[in-house]
Design a protein around this ligand. Sequence first.
Ligand code: NAD
Length: 362
Amino acid sequence: MSTFRILLTPGDGIGPEVMEEATKVLGRVERRFRHEFVYDEEKLGGAAIDAYGTALRAETVAKAKQSAAVLFGAVGGPKWDDPKATVRPEDAILGMRKQLGLFANLRPVRVHPLLLGDSTLKPEVLEGTDMVVIRELTGGLYFGKPKKRWTNAAGRQGVDTLRYSEKEIVRICHVAFQLARQRRKKVTSVDKANVLRTGQLWREVATEVGREYPDVTLDHLLVDACAMHLLRRPASFDVIVTENMFGDILTDEAAMLAGSMGMMPSASLGRRRKDGTGIGLYEPIHGSAPDITGQGKANPLAMILSAAMMLRLSLGLEAEAAAIESAVDGVIAGGYRTPDIAGAGTTVVDTRKMGTLVAERL
Ligand code: NAD
């Protein structure tokens, strides 16, 4: 029996509600596959601000570093929204990513055939969509220096700096190629090489890293073309890799293909070991949904699918991850829906029931 240490940070709003369902499902995985998951639980975000006056305690980071992975709910809510506040719930996510050296953000976008109608795109365009968008998280325009505003005789001025080093591009490209190897073996690297020097560097380095993976096809797209093709031929993509700001925009565009936020998991990864595993933070892409907190309406599937990603990418438990994903598919195929994805002829269930249905299918 193998034992894995996992840090749970349920956070605020619906975070604790969906986390409970994820651990219910993980409990079934433990029994079926004979593993032991040892949990630590820490308050974070608004809950930690209330309890300790800070969104992320040093103790929480220390526990995260001793764990194989962090399973993260959601943070924030109206109670902590004061723009003048010196501590904000979001500091917890940024702090955690920084302290754990998480430089790659992964968002899988898979559209379940029975949920094709939930998207604003036509079902025939969406059919077969199954991609992962990888965004570089720690470099680029959001962090480059100089970054400042000033005023001179010509009026108000501002500058941000888009800078990437070869090393930063190499490590994120390896994440993309390694992931593509476990999938359909296709990487699309997205840049703006026709205008930006960093874009030329990005393309050059991506091509060089690609040579180490002769079994994976690499193509390059300009970011504007990629934005267009995501809507025109989403099913043609397998793994997309891009820099921070382009990724920020493209991941949201890609997320909308799937329709509901309640279905979409994500991972933030740091350095990988030879077997492709390593520490990661796994969270649904949705926020704390204060409008439905405490009403049993939250869809726990994004959180449950985040736990599946954790098993695959941090714990190296592929069969277990696939079992969760197929249990989720089975529950959807069985016609069960939380209110956010309910349609004609479906059975509407609450958060707990949805978690139980997935657990029972395992
Ligand atoms: P949100 O994702 O919380 O909610 C947007 C809409 O989607 C709401 O109508 C909500 O009810 C619905 N929704 C979200 N998750 C759902 C689920 N699992 N099941 C069913 N419906 C779901 O975004 P928001 O309203 O813009 O933000 C609310 C709070 O969450 C804010 O404080 C924001 O800062 C925070 N936030 C946190 C994260 C994070 O922790 N990573 C991400 C985004 C927003």
